[in-house]
Design a binder for this molecule. Structure first.
Ligand code: 8YV
Length: 328
């Protein structure tokens, strides 16, 4: 029997390639060149399944040009790179990698928030530049985490993980806003109180964004929202670029209408707004919130297992759409 053909659109762990090669005819991209749309289409010709990352856009044009494609396994919990209605309409199954990255990403969100509040990179750069000549009472004073009010926008699995860390580990008061309010048991477990978005912005000492990116959440934090925050507050974004209006954020940081920001994601990444690079009160990381070794392996395995399950059992482990009709 001929093996289904799959494309691993980006570099992955060799062990994953090895295990997939026993069941599939595998094409790889171990040089990790980010494929343009036309290159991706060319590489998907005659291919039945793909393993992608957030950088590969699966849209209607691509689906029309790759009629054999049946399943796309994203190595990410977010799947805003999928045009989900188009995939569903054409009978293409999408999958993501939830749960396996929750704690690692929540750890990182917390770390980035703390680094921002305590001015970790700003002070390190000062030291590296050789400017540290004496101790001073007000040198790099930041704001406290313990006892502060933690605001979370987007209260899915990762948001809940950050809430628990704040409430139980650091004695923070946790407030959150979400499209839908959590059930009372989950709120009690995270020790989090539901508030309006306006109240969240006004009361949070440290605001962390953990909501999915969509047309609805585009620029959810812009000039008007930043203006409602405390001048001592920090903003941390580990969700997606585009949720924050980076131009408005850079202006707020420059004017110090908020104290600082921790950013792991950017509008138009990997490009970063030049203004953000020059500001001292921002901690910048290159989209690494899920990047612990074990978690990246677990994400790759789950994406690979989704492909195996699709072709061997006709179902997937972590679907993001329900495929009923097939228009090809
Ligand atoms: C991914 C992420 O590593 O899971 C997500 O949604 O943002 C990251 O964990 C990145 O999107 C590459 O796929």
């Amino acid at each position: 029997m001929t093996k289904p053909k799959i494309l691993l659109a980006r570099a992955v762990f060799p062990a994953i390639i090895e295990s997939l090669s026993t069941r599939f005819d595998v094409a790889t991209n171990q040089t990790d060149q980010v494929l343009t749309k036309s290159e991706l289409i060319a590489r998907l010709q005659g291919v039945d399944g793909a393993l992608t990352t957030g950088s590969e856009r699966i849209d209607s044009d691509l689906l029309v040009a790759c009629p054999q494609l049946k399943v796309v396994a994203n190595m990410a919990v977010g799947y805003n790179n999928f045009d989900l209605p188009a995939m569903t309409e054409r009978g293409v199954q999408g999958t993501n990698t939830p749960d396996v990255l929750t704690d690692t990403t929540a750890d990182f969100g917390f770390a980035l928030m703390m680094a921002t509040a305590r001015r970790l990179t700003e002070s390190e750069h000062f030291l590296r530049r050789g400017e540290w000549t004496k101790w001073r009472y007000d040198m790099f004073t930041g704001s406290d985490i313990h006892g502060a009010t933690l605001g979370i926008l987007g209260m899915g699995r990762i948001g809940q993980g950050i809430a628990s860390r704040g409430a139980h580990g650091f004695g923070m008061e946790v407030i959150y806003h979400n499209r839908t309010r959590l059930d009372p048991a989950t709120e009690a477990r995270c020790r989090a109180s539901y508030v309006s978005k306006a109240e969240l912005l006004q009361r949070a000492d440290h605001l962390v964004l953990v909501l999915p990116y969509s047309a609805e959440s585009h620029h959810a934090i812009g000039a008007a929202e930043l203006a409602q925050m405390k001048p001592t507050a920090t903003l941390t974004n580990i969700a997606r670029g585009g949720i924050v209006d980076d131009v408005a954020l850079a202006a707020a940081l420059k004017a110090r209408t908020i104290a600082g920001a921790g950013l792991d994601v950017f509008e138009g990444e990997p490009a970063v707004l030049p203004d953000l690079l020059t500001l001292p009160n921002v901690v910048l990381t290159p989209h690494i919130a899920s990047a612990s070794g074990p978690t990246r392996m677990a994400m790759a395995r789950l994406a690979a297992d989704n492909l195996v399950s699709f072709f061997t059992e006709g179902r997937v482990l972590t679907p993001v759409n329900t495929v009923t009709s097939i228009v090809r």
